[in-house]
Design a protein around this ligand. Structure first.
Ligand code: LLP
Length: 435
C-alpha cells in the first residue's frame, strides 16, 4: 500500500478511488502479490529449516482464514497444501483443481458425507478429533475399500495467550483428544489396531490463533513429540508425520509485532530433533497450518463514510462516531473477540487536527463496531473512503461465510402443515459467487 501525490491510497498500482468507483463499497481489496509472497515465505522458511532435520516440511494454508476458488489456486501454485474444515471448503478446493493429495480435512464434527467425499477425492489426511470419529472414518473407508490416512488431534494442555474463544489446547474446549488424560494415546492405539481401514500418519496440535508468545508453541512441541516418541516406544509405531498447526499472530495495530515464519521454525526443529534423537527414532516430516499470517495482512476493507456524529464523553471529552456502509455483517471480529483494528482516511490527504474516532457499522446493534479507537482527521465526512487494514483473515463475516457452510432453511408451520419459506442454501449457491 502507498499513497499518490494527491494523498489517495493505492494498492497494486490501483487507487482506492478507482476501486470504489468500479466495485462499490464496502469491498475487500486483496493484494495478490502480498498474499503469494507470504505463502512463499512460509514454504521456503520451513523447507530451509526442516529439509536438513527431518523428511522436510509441508505448509498447509488454513482455508478457514479465507477461501475462494481463485485463492485456492494461488495457494496451490505457490506449492502449499490446503487445510479444509468443511465439505464446502473441500468443494472450493476441488473446483480450483487442487489434487486430493495436497488436501487435509479438519473439523470436530465432520459428517459422514464429508468424510466420504474427502476419502473419495483422495485427501492426504483426515485429522481425527474424537473417539467417535475413529469408528466413523473407519466405516466409510471400509465402505469405499480404501485405507484412510489419519492424524490424531492432540489437546496438549497449553493455555495459549490469546482470546479465550480462539485458544484451542486447554482441556475444557471442544477440539482434540487429551494428552494428559491419555485419550490421544488411546486413540493412536485404536487406530493402529485397524490397519485394514486406517493408517496412522501422525499427531497434530493447534494451540490457538493470533499468538505471539513462542513459549506456548515450544511447550506444545515438546509435549506432542513426547507422545510421538511414547507411541514409538510402547506401540512400536514410528509415525512419519507431525503437524504443529497454525496460530502465528499478526499486527492489527501497533500493539503487536507480527510473529514471522522464521521465529518458530528453528526452535521447533531443535526440540523435535533432540527428543527423537534421545529415543533413537526417525524425525518425522513436519507440517504447519498458517491461515491468518498469510491472508490477514494482504487485504484491507474499503468503506464509505456516511453519518458522522460527535458524542460527549464523561469528563468533557468527545468521541466522533463515524458510520460506514458495512460493519459486523462483513467483520464481526471486533464484537466477537474484542479485536483491535486501525484505519486510515484513504481517499484524500487532510491537515485537519485529529479527533478521537470510532468506526461503526450500519447494523442495528450498538456492538456493531469495526474500529474501537482511532484518531481521524477532524474534517472527516460523508463520501470519504476509509481503509481498514489486516482484514484478509476471518472477516467477511468470518471468511467465506463461516467455513463455506450453507445456511439453514426457514420452515413455517401452521395447522399441522410445514412449508419452506426460505430454502436451504447449497454449496453450489456459495460457489456461484466465485468468479
Ligand atoms: N489449524 C487449525 C486446526 C485451526 O483450527 C486453525 C484456526 C488454523 C490451523 C489456522 O490458524 P491461524 O494460523 O489462522 O491462526 N475466527 C477467529 C480465528 C479462529 C481460528 C480457527 N482455527 C478469529 O477471527 O480470530
Amino acid at each position: 500500500m502507498g499513497r499518490g501525490s494527491d494523498g489517495v491510497l493505492t494498492v497494486g498500482g490501483v487507487s482506492v478511488t478507482e476501486l470504489a468507483r468500479e466495485f462499490g463499497t464496502p469491498a475487500y481489496i486483496i493484494d495478490e502479490d502480498d498474499f503469494r509472497s507470504r505463502a512463499r515465505d512460509f514454504k521456503q522458511t520451513y523447507a530451509e529449516v526442516f529439509d536438513s532435520v527431518s523428511g522436510g516440511a509441508d505448509v498447509f494454508y488454513a482455508g478457514k482464514a479465507f477461501l475462494c476458488t481463485e485463492v485456492a489456486r494461488w495457494v496451490h501454485d505457490e506449492g502449499l497444501h490446503l487445510d479444509v474444515c468443511t465439505g464446502g471448503e473441500l468443494a472450493v478446493a476441488k473446483r480450483a483443481g487442487v489434487p486430493g493429495e495436497r488436501i487435509g480435512l479438519h473439523g470436530n464434527n465432520k459428517s459422514v458425507a464429508e468424510i466420504r467425499d474427502a476419502l473419495d477425492y483422495g485427501v492426504s489426511r483426515i485429522v481425527i478429533d474424537s473417539f467417535d470419529e475413529i469408528e466413523r472414518v473407519a466405516a466409510v473407508a471400509t465402505e469405499l475399500g480404501v485405507v484412510a490416512p489419519v492424524l490424531v488431534r492432540v489437546t496438549v494442555g497449553v493455555e495459549a495467550h490469546t482470546h479465550e474463544f480462539i485458544a484451542t489446547a486447554h482441556e475444557d474446549q471442544k477440539f482434540g483428544l487429551s494428552l494428559a488424560g491419555g485419550h490421544a494415546f488411546e486413540a493412536a492405539r485404536r487406530i493402529l489396531g485397524k490397519p485394514e481401514s486406517l493408517r496412522l500418519l501422525g499427531l497434530h496440535s493447534h494451540i490457538g490463533s493470533q499468538i505471539f508468545d513462542t513459549a506456548g508453541f515450544e511447550v506444545s512441541a515438546r509435549r506432542i513429540v513426547g507422545l510421538h516418541t511414547q507411541i514409538a516406544r510402547e506401540l512400536g509405531a514410528e509415525l512419519p508425520e507431525l503437524d504443529l498447526g497454525g496460530g502465528f499472530g499478526i499486527a492489527y495495530t501497533t500493539e503487536h509485532d507480527p510473529l514471522p515464519p522464521k521465529s518458530l521454525a528453528s526452535g521447533m526443529a531443535e526440540i523435535i530433533e533432540r527428543e527423537c534423537g534421545a529415543d533413537g527414532i526417525a524425525v518425522p516430516r513436519i507440517s504447519i497450518e498458517p491461515g491468518r499470517a498469510i491472508a490477514g495482512p494482504s487485504t484491507f476493507t474499503l468503506y464509505e463514510v456516511g453519518t458522522v456524529k460527535p458524542v460527549d464523553l464523561d469528563g468533557g471529552a468527545q468521541r466522533v462516531y463515524v458510520s460506514v456502509d458495512g460493519g459486523m455483517s462483513d467483520n464481526v471480529r471486533t464484537a466477537l473477540y474484542d479485536a483491535n483494528y486501525s484505519c486510515t482516511l484513504a481517499s484524500r490527504a487532510s491537515d485537519a487536527p485529529p479527533v478521537l474516532g470510532r468506526v461503526v457499522g450500519r447494523h442495528c446493534e450498538s456492538g456493531d463496531i469495526v474500529v474501537k479507537d482511532e484518531f481521524l482527521p477532524g474534517d472527516i465526512g460523508a463520501g470519504d473512503l476509509l481503509a481498514v487494514p489486516g482484514t484478509g483473515a476471518y472477516c467477511r463475516s468470518l471468511s467465506s461465510q463461516y467455513n463455506h457452510t450453507p445456511r439453514p432453511p426457514v420452515v413455517a408451520v401452521r395447522d399441522g402443515v410445514a412449508r419452506v419459506i426460505v430454502r436451504r442454501e447449497t454449496i453450489d449457491d456459495l460457489l456461484a459467487l466465485d468468479v
